[in-house]
Structures are given as structure tokens and as C-alpha cells.
Ligand binder design. Structure first.
Ligand code: MSP
Length: 508
């Protein structure tokens, strides 16, 4: 049995979800559905990152204890993922008792390697925010956020030495096909980071400064640094150290982590070294995607340029939104979000190409054959069918390489070919001239193309694919179909179509 373990980052529970957050999760959902459709066992993990000073501050502002605040806001993410059709298998919260226990166990295991040392950083009192030594220009000593004077602070913390693992990690990335960083540009960035000596990683915080965190089991005065805690979700969710899921998905299969490019240091340096130090194998792959930009700037709460996924879905529908994110930008590159670009995609690809193919096929079946799909013809009329397997293989290659936009392009080649075949065959002429056998053969071919399109489309736009399936008169669920087996199953002879209004009305 083939398996697939895929993770999204954990979203800060105080974040206001924007399309940058929705993006990773929609891509993850698409990949997970595609693997399920191939009959694989899939575990898709997402969740919320709930510890640390920032979240304690946000809770205080909301007038709630941190846990009660996180209980509320993690529901916002769950509700959003439901709205976006995300088929996750587990939603982890870093305040889950099982997760906290795993973090403490890992700390115990690493204890002999940890060193107590002095952590020096910049701290802005009004912002209650700390900055690394390299984040503040020491000649000016002002807060990068509010521009007010900032002070340097020293405190005692536990450190995990990273330098002694540097050559191991370099070798993993350079020689081991089991730890892949994609795209290649990010891999090069990580390799460049590994050219320099790695400073020790501070993995605790004194409770007098940050109290909202996981207790360090061997130091009453310390809690765990939020990133150390959060990264461990990827193994705690599987029941490390001896859970069956951990064995199957982590040890036998290997994890694929989807992250944004701003967090590669954490995922490609700290994370594999933490695992190595704890005697756990590294993940199989980290794929770092680009940013969604608005007017040239990264979309983020602090820049105030957020586009909310709910607003886009309410205005344009879920599948147009998913389609735009998946199709418009090659996974790995930055993308620009604008309503103009979204409307253009809806009109050209969804209304014109796909919607038109669905509507005209069903209309012709109704008009010429009373809505009945004819029996599969033995005649050599099946011209489109030759492309089904080829398209499937192309899409498989692209999705294995994590390139959903390219896979959709390949699918649209088939859709366009089907549309062109209508122009070439001119079924209305066949009907007029009474060439019944040719007409039936062609309309079967076209109906079959539509069936295959809905199968191929399902991982990307599940709602639309189900609608096509339903309109074609299928009773069963499209989600239970398995590829490539379903490619060979003909449409039951005599099945009646049930046409509905056009799937994607054109927008002005
Ligand atoms: N909590 C950490 C991740 C811990 S993973 C163990 C975190 N959270 S976050 O909420 O700030 O960001 C979550 C993800 O959203 C990151 O992968 C980040 O790259 C992504 N994005 C945030 N803004 C983005 C865009 N404008 N565009 C695309 N993705 C971006 O980091």
C-alpha cells in the first residue's frame, strides 16, 4: 500500500487568515485528493500554533486567558478550511495535551546535548516584541516596527548546538535523495546558509518574560521557544515515538512539508537538525512556495493589505478561487493577486472553455438524443479517447513534481481539444444529414471526454467536478472513483443526463 504524508505549516492562532494562508492549504488539499484518487492512503495534517508571547498579548487584548482565546480563534481556521473544502485528516493544536507531552519528551531526550548560555537580543518595551541582533541597526537602536528606542537584553536560556550537525545536513541535502528541498532555488539558498558556521539555537524562554509556553521539564523557570514546540507537531500528530501512524507515515513513507519561503531556515536547517539530534530521520521533502503580493508587497496583517479568502469566495465562488490560486502561478514562484486577473481567468478558462464544453455537450445530447447517452460505439469514432491516457500521464508527472499549475494546463489542452472537435465534427450537420451512427459515436466520445475531465478535475475543483458528474447522470460519488482504473469504465448505455444552468456565468 502506497502512502502519502503531507503537512501545511501551523498558522499562528492570532493571525487574520488571508489568501497567503489559504494558498498552501488549498494546494495541500489538491495534492492529498490526487493521491487518494490513486488509491493511496493519505494523511493530511494542518493546525494552529498557539504558544508564545505574541499570542498571550493578543489574548490579553481580547480580554481572555490565552487558552480560551486560542480555543476561539482556532475555530476560525477550522471554519475557514471547511468553507474552502479542505479535506484534512487531522487538525493539530499545539496546546493539545498529547503534543505538549511529546515536546517535553523530546526535550528530555535532547537534555544531555543542551547547553545553558546567555541569549542576547533587542527588546522593544512598547511593542513587547523581541528582535534578533541582526534585525536592528545598533548604531540607531530603534525598533524596526515602531521606530522608538529599543534596548538590548540578556537572559539565561538553553541552547541546542547546531554546528556539529552542519556537515551531516549538508551531505543529506547534497547527496541524499531522501531529503529534497524544492524548488532548486530554495535548495541553493539553504546550501549557502550551510557554508557558514551555524550559531547555537536558543530553544527556551525564561518564564518571567514569556509565560505562555510548554514547561521545560527539567527547568522550572523556563518554557519552550515557540518554534521548537511548533515544529514538533509534525511528529506528535503521528504519535511519536511508538505510534503506528508514526511508523507508517514518518519512518516508512517520509513527510512532505509545504511551507512559505519565509520559513525555510526553520524547516530546512533547524528542523532536520532537531530531528537528527533526537535520533529521528529527516522529512522526505520541504517544498517552499512563493508569496502572494499586492501591489508588489507581501500580503500581511502588518502591511494592512490583506485579502480575505471568505470575501473572494463570497463574491466569486469557491472553485473559481481555488482555480485561480492553483493555475495562475507556478508553485514556488511569487504571485500577484488582483480581481482583474481572477475575472479574466473565470471568463476565459472556466466560462469559455470548461463551462462551455459541459453546457454544449449536454445540450446536444438533449437536443439530438433526448438526453440519453448512446452506447459506446465500436466504430473508429473515438478520436478524443486517444488523449485520455496521455493527459493522465502528463498530469501525473506534473503533480508528482508538485506543479499543479502545469497539471491544469495539461488538462485544459484536453478540454480545448474537445471543444475544437465539436467545431470540426459539426454534430448539428450530422443530425441534419441524418448521419445517425456518426452522430451517436461522436456524442459518446464527447460525453466520455466530459466524464474523464470531471475525474481529472476533481482534486482541484471538487465541487465543479461533482456537478459535472451529477449532470451526466451518474448516481455514485465521484470521490469514490479510482484512477487509472476509472479510465477504462465506459458510461452505462442509456444513462440520462440532467442538465443544469451553466456552471460559470460570464462576468463583466
Ligand atoms: N506558525 C508559523 C509556522 C510554524 S510551522 C511549524 C508561521 N505562521 S504564519 O501564520 O505566520 O504563516 C503561516 C504560513 O503562511 C507560512 O508558510 C507563510 O509563508 C505563509 N504566508 C504568510 N504570508 C504569505 C503570503 N503573502 N503569501 C504566501 N504565503 C504566505 O509562520
Amino acid at each position: 500500500m502506497s502512502r502519502f504524508y503531507l503537512t501545511t505549516p501551523l498558522y499562528y492562532v492570532n493571525a487574520r487568515p488571508h489568501i497567503g494562508h489559504a494558498y498552501t492549504t488549498i494546494v495541500a488539499d489538491t495534492l492529498a485528493r490526487w493521491h487518494r484518487q490513486r488509491g493511496e492512503e493519505v494523511f493530511l495534517l494542518t493546525g494552529t500554533d498557539e504558544h508564545g508571547g505574541k499570542i498571550a498579548q493578543a489574548a490579553a487584548k481580547a480580554g481572555l486567558p490565552p487558552k480560551a482565546f486560542a480555543d476561539q480563534t482556532s475555530e476560525t481556521f477550522k471554519a475557514l478550511w471547511k468553507k474552502l473544502g479542505i479535506s484534512y485528516d487531522h487538525f493539530i493544536r499545539t496546546t493539545d495535551t498529547a503534543h505538549e507531552r511529546v515536546v517535553q519528551q523530546v526535550l528530555e531526550r535532547l537534555k544531555p546535548q543542551l547547553e545553558l548560555g546567555t541569549y542576547t537580543f533587542w527588546y522593544c518595551v512598547p511593542c513587547e516584541t523581541s528582535f534578533g541582533l541582526n534585525e536592528v541597526d545598533s548604531s540607531k537602536a530603534v525598533c524596526p516596527q515602531c521606530q522608538r528606542p529599543i534596548t538590548q537584553v540578556e537572559e539565561e536560556d538553553y541552547f541546542l548546538p547546531l554546528e556539529k550537525h552542519r556537515s551531516w545536513l549538508k551531505e543529506q541535502i547534497e547527496r541524499n535523495p531522501d531529503f529534497v528541498i524544492r524548488p532548486a532555488s530554495r535548495r541553493n539558498e539553504v546550501l549557502a546558509m550551510l557554508e557558514k558556521e551555524l550559531p547555537d539555537l536558543c530553544i527556551t524562554r525564561p518564564k518571567e518574560r514569556v509565560s505562555w509556553g510548554i514547561q521545560v521539564p527539567f527547568s522550572p523557570g523556563h518554557v519552550t521557544y515557540v518554534w521548537f514546540d511548533a515544529l514538533l507537531n509534525y511528529v506528535s500528530a503521528l504519535g511519536w515515538p511508538d505510534g503506528e501512524k508514526f511508523r507508517l507515515y514518518w519512518e516508512e513513507t517520509g513527510a512532505v512539508h509545504l511551507v512559505g519561503k519565509d520559513i525555510i531556515r526553520h524547516h530546512c536547517l533547524y528542523w532536520p537538525i532537531i530531528l537528527h539530534a533526537a535520533g529521528i530521520r529527516p522529512p522526505r521533502m520541504v517544498f517552499a512556495h512563493g508569496w502572494w503580493l499586492v501591489k508588489g508587497e507581501k500580503m500581511s496583517k502588518s502591511k494592512g493589505n490583506i485579502v480575505e479568502p471568505e470575501a473572494v469566495v463570497s463574491a466569486y465562488g469557491l472553485d473559481p478561487f481555488r482555480y485561480f490560486l492553483l493555475r495562475d502561478v507556478p508553485f514556488g514562484e511569487d504571485g500577484v493577486f488582483s480581481e482583474e486577473a481572477l475575472v479574466k481567468r473565470i471568463n476565459a478558462d472556466l466560462a469559455n472553455d470548461l463551462g462551455n464544453l459541459v453546457y454544449r455537450t449536454l445540450t446536444m445530447l438533449e437536443k439530438h438524443l433526448g438526453g440519453r447517452i448512446p452506447a459506446r460505439s465500436s466504430a473508429a469514432g473515438l478520436t478524443l479517447a486517444k488523449d485520455f491516457y496521455d493527459t493522465w500521464q502528463k498530469m501525473t508527472n506534473f503533480l508528482s513534481a508538485m506543479l499543479p499549475s502545469e497539471a491544469l494546463k495539461a488538462l485544459w489542452e484536453l478540454i480545448n481539444k474537445a471543444n475544437q472537435s465539436v467545431e470540426i465534427k459539426a454534430p448539428w450537420r450530422l443530425a441534419k444529414e441524418g448521419r445517425r451512427e456518426e452522430l451517436e459515436a461522436f456524442l459518446y466520445d464527447l460525453a466520455e471526454a466530459l466524464r474523464v475531465v470531471s475525474l481529472f478535475l476533481w482534486p482541484f475543483l471538487p465541487t465543479t467536478a461533482e456537478a459535472i458528474w451529477r449532470q451526466m447522470g451518474f448516481q455514485g460519488l465521484l470521490s469514490s472513483e479510482r484512477l487509472p482504473a476509472a479510465l477504462e469504465t465506459p458510461i452505462p448505455a442509456g444513462q440520462m443526463v440532467r442538465k443544469e444552468p451553466p456552471l460559470f456565468p460570464r462576468l463583466e
